[in-house]
Design a protein around this ligand. Structure first.
Ligand SMILES: [Zn+2]
Length: 573
């Protein structure tokens, strides 16, 4: 309520964008104001919502969000585990709400559900993993202590006996003029590589301190598979990974879930301890420290170690399925309605841990019943608007986020509207119900051509934009919007910052810390009646207004020139 005092919204906000950008991306919702003096190169960005949109937005109500959260995080839903009964009940609940709002099904065969085929892989103890250096005896590595490995082919057994080629960081990034592969044929090889990316303080080179997707281990596996390699061995060095070996070990023991295989994959996707890599290098007549130093230069060239990996991978393979839940509000414009704005929030959480005494239900109230409550409230508000925006609006509650963004990855690969025609994805993940926010986090928005409007809208809502405190941790790559960004769709999450009405920033920071330490991914992330959903409602309103803008622009939004996702966007169009 506090954000919009007037019936119609016009922010005479000055943003540093050129007249050319204005002319191309124009905001048709209000007449273009007279240009500011040309010498300043500044232009007004207007965020006027039409009356019907504003009226619909005004109905967004914190109590509606509360009731969705209360139900979705109830013990009866058993933690909404992927592929489990509670998760399926949550999906049915969301589908039922969409139906009640009169939204069009956007799933498979005229239903609200999009089936996501999943595979659970457990590497079994019969697996053998040996490194055979140029000289010296074979190193038969101990699982979990010295190495972790998964077979991505989703077969019960795979055998690899292949030469090991050291490829530095294993990155090919034309926009940074960086290529560790140098056109060397790595088909059938096992690639030894470093995690992270070449260190830099230059924001134009791998975004300086911030982590780009090239630094994530998932990219490295994918790139190697695309180039025909059969295996990857990542060298774990704690400072470079930014987490200790225990994290690698824990997230690589037990069952891991994947989408049913669709493209090139590795027979061996593995990590080894730093000391193992050092010994392998030494016994192959090389020096690991020097190899690491070489990798930091553009002149780096792949090196065949003259060593081999001999691996016998034995896995338990379990097929199962889950569903994304999707609905659509068709656009009002004859041409634009083939394009869409997308809202996403994951509904899955961690299920139940049967072997744990006491409360073993992972209710996931904040993570992410709150995002689902916001998504549903947005869907309801759009459905009652007297007018509709030109583009269609898609609402997607995605599954298997906690398994590695799998539901959204499937959605990105199988969108109901081609990715190149999706203007924007706005995602909501874990929005704490702790009161009225005075800040908003929209990390990644600054990389899109939509940012001036995001800034103007934030100003209109009296929300200060809070920058990502630790871009080097790569949070952008750890929520569902990323799955959509990687297929080119401009995408980011909307969340509250740390400053709330009636409190200082330290209060918000302390609450955030407490949540992370005590309740994040714990059974205690559960619903309490004293929760205050004002902030969730404010984020929903902010998202509503942004989405309506994006659904009404004459031109599609894009990633900024030189952004790591720009190429995917161009390719998709
Ligand atoms: Zn989570």
């Amino acid at each position: 309520m506090q954000a919009f005092a007037r019936r119609s919204v016009l922010a005479g906000v000055i943003a540093a964008i050129s007249l050319l950008v204005w002319a191309e991306d124009g905001a048709p919702l209000s007449p273009a104001p007279a240009p500011a003096p040309a010498a300043t190169k500044r232009e007004a960005v207007s965020v006027r919502l039409p009356g019907a949109a504003f009226a619909a937005m005004e109905t967004i109500n914190p109590e509606h969000i509360r009731w969705h959260v209360r139900f979705l995080s109830h013990d009866l839903l058993e933690g909404r585990g992927t592929g489990q009964r509670g998760g399926d009940i949550a999906a049915e609940y969301i589908a039922t709400q969409f139906a009640e709002y009169g939204l069009k099904p956007a799933g498979d065969n005229g239903s609200y559900l999009q089936k996501v085929p999943l595979v659970g892989i457990t590497t079994l103890p019969e697996t053998q993993f040996s490194l055979i250096p140029k000289q010296g005896p074979a190193m038969n590595l101990k699982p979990l202590e010295e190495y972790v490995a998964y077979d991505q082919t989703q077969q019960a057994q795979s055998d690899v006996e292949a030469e090991i080629v050291y490829v530095g960081y294993g990155i090919e990034a034309p926009e940074y003029n960086w290529d560790d592969y140098k056109g060397v044929d790595v088909r059938g090889k096992v690639l030894l590589m470093l995690v992270n990316e070449p260190p830099s303080d230059d924001p134009k080179f791998f975004k300086g301190k911030a982590l780009t997707y090239y630094g994530r281990w998932t990219y490295k596996y994918e790139e190697a598979a695309r180039k025909g390699a059969v295996g990857v061995i990542l060298i774990h060095r704690e400072d470079m990974a930014s987490y200790p070996w225990e994290v690698v070990r824990n997230s690589n023991s037990g069952e891991k879930s994947y989408l049913k295989v669709e493209g090139a994959v590795l027979k061996v996707a593995s990590w080894v301890q730093l000391d193992v890599a050092r010994k392998l290098a030494k016994d192959s007549g090389m020096d690991l420290e020097m190899m690491m130093a070489d990798a930091r230069t553009r002149e780096f060239h792949p090196v065949n170690l003259g060593a081999k990996l001999k691996a016998h991978m034995v896995s338990n393979v379990r097929h199962f399925e889950s569903n994304n839940v999707m609905a659509m509000l068709p656009g009002s414009d004859r041409q634009l309605k083939d394009e869409a704005v997308l809202y996403t929030a994951h509904y899955d959480h961690l299920g139940v841990r049967a072997d744990m005494p006491g409360d073993n239900i992972y209710n996931g109230a904040i993570d992410n019943a709150t995002g689902c409550g916001i998504l549903l409230e947005l869907a309801r508000a759009f459905s009652i608007a007297k007018d509709r925006p030109g583009r269609s609006v898609i609402f997607a509650a995605v599954t298997a986020e906690e398994q590695g963004l799998l539901g959204s990855e499937y959605l990105g690969k199988h969108p109901p509207v081609p990715a190149g025609k999706i203007a924007l994805d706005l995602n909501f993940d874990a929005v704490p119900p702790v009161g009225a926010p005075e800040e908003v986090e929209v990390s990644g928005a600054e990389r899109t051509t939509f940012y001036p409007w995001v800034q103007a809208m934030a100003k209109e809502f009296r929300l200060a934009i809070r920058p990502d405190a630790r871009p080097e941790a790569g949070h952008f790559y750890r929520s569902d919007h990323f799955s959509l960004a990687r297929v080119g769709i401009p995408a980011f999450s909307i969340n509250e910052g740390m400053k709330f009405k009636g409190h200082d920033e330290a209060w918000g920071v302390a609450l955030d810390k407490e949540y992370t330490e005590k309740h994040y991914h714990q059974p205690s992330d559960e619903y309490h009646p004293e929760m205050d959903f004002t902030g969730d409602s404010a984020m929903a309103r902010f998202g509503f207004a942004l989405g309506w803008e994006a659904a009404s622009f004459t031109r599609l939004i894009g990633w900024q020139k030189g952004d790591e996702f720009e190429a995917a966007r161009v390719k998709s169009q």
